[in-house]
Ligand binder design. Structure first.
Ligand code: ZN
Length: 168
């Protein structure tokens, strides 16, 4: 089984942590069908809060019947894979989410809204931050400094599934 990791990179100014921990956070992705390579033309979103009808008994956050080959494909967010992007990660790629993709390959990602951004030195925690424009800036009244997120980049990587059976 292969899972797909979303690697995220950004420049942070006076920010301790950028995370997706809000339960209404949406992951915006485009996919291609691994059966026939048909690509979805619009953005799809996945949210931990929105479980789609279980398929083969497994939880899914996205189900789509391919227009071309008619296969039913699913994607599930692996909840314990979700990671914050922190000041220590700044400027480097970090895997912040892993998706269990059955029959679909993610081909594009956009950072939407719903991010939680915490300023350094116990500064303000900003909720529902919108990164649709690819950058964001505010002023933190607690630390009396500007805070910003900029230069967002992403990539996908295949992650080999480490099942319990692989443990020594
Ligand atoms: Zn297809």
């Amino acid at each position: 089984m292969v899972k797909i990791g979303l690697k995220f990179k950004a420049s942070l100014e006076n920010i301790q942590e950028l995370n997706s921990k809000d339960e209404n956070f949406r992951w915006y992705l485009k996919f291609s069908c691994s059966g026939c390579s048909e690509e979805t033309d619009k953005w799809n979103y996945l949210s931990l809060n929105e479980v789609v009808d279980s398929y083969h008994g497994a939880v899914s956050h996205f189900v789509c019947k391919c227009k071309s080959c008619k296969r039913t494909n699913t994607v599930t967010i692996i909840e314990d894979s979700l990671k914050a992007y922190t000041a220590e990660d700044e400027g480097t790629f970090k895997t912040i989410a892993v998706f269990d993709c059955r029959g679909l390959n993610p081909i594009d990602f956009k950072s939407g809204e719903g991010w939680v951004v915490k300023a350094v030195n116990n500064g303000t925690e900003f909720e529902n931050v919108d990164l649709n424009e690819g950058s964001w800036s505010e002023y933190c009244e607690i630390i009396k400094q500007p805070v910003s997120v900029d230069d967002i980049e992403h990539s996908f990587e295949k992650i080999k599934y480490q099942g319990l059976n692989n443990k020594c």
